[in-house]
Ligand binder design. Structure first.
Ligand SMILES: [Zn+2]
Length: 346
């Protein structure tokens, strides 16, 4: 299991085209998804990974085993594929389904006409590009393009009055997937949600230097960025240190994102930021909020302040005794269409 960016995803699919005789492309993915859904009798969200659907992929058994070294794995048997999954204890719904859909993708990348089945791709097992392709397939299967467009149309009137993170939340429930998967689908795969979504997490305090009180150590732990912005606002997800992922500090990263957006004239004089999905009493003092508002340095900042999607976290001033939490921020990209056209012209 590995999630890759969609720019890599595109390239990977092109590589697949060269590497195999089959028709492997975005189109191949769409067709495969349509085949699986139609032949397992599914016409509405959420997609269910039923025995009928799994059988179409020659997956004969799914085991949930605690303590596996990986979140999911595929075993090749003469009678078909066996998927082992580490059940997630995550609070967010749907991750087990994502892992299963990802493993299903692996199963489709084998030619099973002979024994042992031959891989259709030349990547070695575990290669990150292969993993990115399978994660992309999982998103396409769990959130089929046509269904998503239909669902967007359904909620559009309602969504006009709510923030985008809230509509993301609604859609994620409808498709029974984690909201982050849906965000990747909308923002990166299909480019139909014009915003940059950032997730910050704080799980520890850090010394602020001198004799000052320890401060919350906010880190940028996840983001969804439209492909046309990705190269310039690329945000590293940190590196592994002693087996643990170290994510970048908030400072510097968000200013780079924002700086890049302003340089590209995506914003003129103001921003719209959305924070989380629920209403929150706002004040612009302290904490991450203060940092963000100072960093913006623009004439007008429009803040739609809401609490975190998962757990309540005060963005603007951490309460006394605060030791950790999570916050999701969406930076809306107004006039994106216009700007993109401008960027595309020589
Ligand atoms: Zn994998």
């Amino acid at each position: 299991m590995h999630s890759g960016s969609s720019s890599f995803r595109r390239r990977s699919l092109q590589d697949l085209n060269c590497l195999t005789s089959g028709e492997m492309s975005d189109e191949w993915v769409e067709q495969k998804v349509a085949y699986l859904l139609n032949n397992s009798g599914q016409y509405h969200p959420p997609v269910e990974l039923t025995p009928a659907l799994l059988k179409l992929c020659r997956v004969i058994q799914v085991n949930y085993i605690r303590g596996l070294p990986e979140v999911g794995r595929l075993q090749i048997r003469k009678s078909g594929f066996v998927v082992d999954i580490t059940p997630t204890s995550a609070k967010e719904i749907g991750w087990d389904r994502v892992v299963l859909a990802h493993e299903v993708a692996h199963s489709l990348l084998y030619d099973v006409s002979s024994w042992p089945p031959k891989s259709l791709v030349s990547y070695r097992a575990g290669h990150w590009e292969l993993e990115a392709i399978c994660s992309y397939f999982a998103r396409c299967l769990l959130v089929p393009k046509v269904w998503l467009i239909g669902a967007l149309r359904d909620i559009s009137r309602e969504a006009a009055t709510m923030n985008r993170l809230k509509s993301l939340d609604l859609l994620a429930k409808r498709f029974n997937v984690p909201w982050r998967l849906l965000a990747k689908r909308l923002v990166e795969d299909l480019e139909c949600l014009d915003c940059v979504i950032l997730k910050f997490s704080c799980s520890a305090l850090r010394n602020s230097g001198g004799s000052g009180e320890p401060k919350p150590d906010w880190r940028l732990t996840w983001c969804a960025v439209p492909p046309y912005l990705r190269e310039s606002v690329y945000i590293p997800f940190g590196r592994k240190v002693h087996g643990k992922r170290k994510c970048p500090r908030v400072k510097g990263r968000i200013s780079r994102v924002i700086g890049e957006c302003t340089t590209r004239s995506l914003f003129n004089e103001f921003f719209t930021l959305e924070v989380g999905a629920e209403e929150l009493v706002s004040s612009t003092t302290g904490g991450l909020g203060k940092f963000i508002s100072t960093e913006l340095g623009l004439k007008r900042v429009e803040l739609h302040c809401r609490s975190g999607i998962r757990s309540h976290t005060s963005l603007f001033s951490e309460p006394p005794g605060f030791s950790g939490g999570e916050i999701v921020l969406s930076i809306l990209l107004p006039n994106q269409q216009v700007s993109r056209t401008a960027m595309d012209s020589p």
